[in-house]
Design a binder for this molecule. Structure first.
Ligand code: MD3
Ligand code: FE
Length: 203
């Protein structure tokens, strides 16, 4: 069953478990075409999370800012297409959380290794905040932080395991969130990393 985390935010424990081996195999072929990279952010620092994308749009950061782009700046080519299994899973999770109209056109793929963290931020580069974001956790566990609609509000900690899916929409769509530094470990499917997929409607 779905667990309500906050108004608009649903946790679907294990929702991606049966698809996980197929998802990880698809991520391997996506990152063969659009390799993992540590994007540079406007201050000039490099993110500790390694990223790739698939779908019609990919999220990119560089010294000029953040945006969605149809082309991978690394290759100049379109991002690999969203695999059918990704699209099915993301839509099914959105339906289960009460967002039947979700149609993802972008999937950001994040890779965390020991010590990798993601500092508190909002996802606001998308055009339509009425569409939710669906996130899928694979591999090593992590502690997710979710805050309020302002950076200075208190944060809650949520441990996320392999196969967990979270849907963030409605009043939760613009909440601050982040990930604590990953603890070292090994997972039979992903080795020494945690992979997170975030499905979005970007365009
Ligand atoms: C809450 N990724 O890629 S997913 C990101 O685990 C990102 O890799 C994290 O934050 C990760 O932008 C967290 C969970 C998530 C995604 C989007 C949200 C939570 C969210 C948007 C609004 C509120
Ligand atoms: Fe985010």
């Amino acid at each position: 069953g779905a667990e309500l985390l906050a108004p608009g935010a649903w946790l679907l424990r294990g929702f991606a478990l049966v698809d996980a081996p197929v998802l990880v195999a698809a991520i391997e072929s996506i990152t063969a075409a659009a390799p993992w990279r540590h994007m540079e952010i406007p201050g000039g620092l490099r993110m500790s999370v390694a990223m790739s994308n698939c779908g019609d749009y990919g999220w990119v950061a560089d010294r000029r800012g953040y945006r969605y782009d149809r082309l991978d700046p690394h290759s100049g080519q379109p991002w690999p297409p969203l695999p059918a299994v990704f699209d099915r899973l993301a839509r099914a999770a959105a339906v289960a959380a009460g967002y039947p109209d979700f149609a993802p056109d972008a999937c950001l793929i994040n890779c965390y290794r020991a010590g990798t963290r993601l500092s508190l931020h909002q996802d606001r580069d998308e055009r339509d905040f009425s569409q939710p974001i669906v996130s899928v956790s694979l591999g090593l566990p992590a502690v997710f932080l979710f805050g309020g609609n302002r950076r200075d509000e208190q944060t809650a900690r949520l441990p996320l395991q392999h196969g967990d899916v979270v849907v963030w929409g409605g009043p939760a769509r613009l909440r601050y969130h982040g990930v604590l530094p990953l603890k070292p470990g090994r997972h039979p499917l992903t080795g020494d990393c945690r992979i997170n997929l975030t499905f979005r409607r970007a365009g």
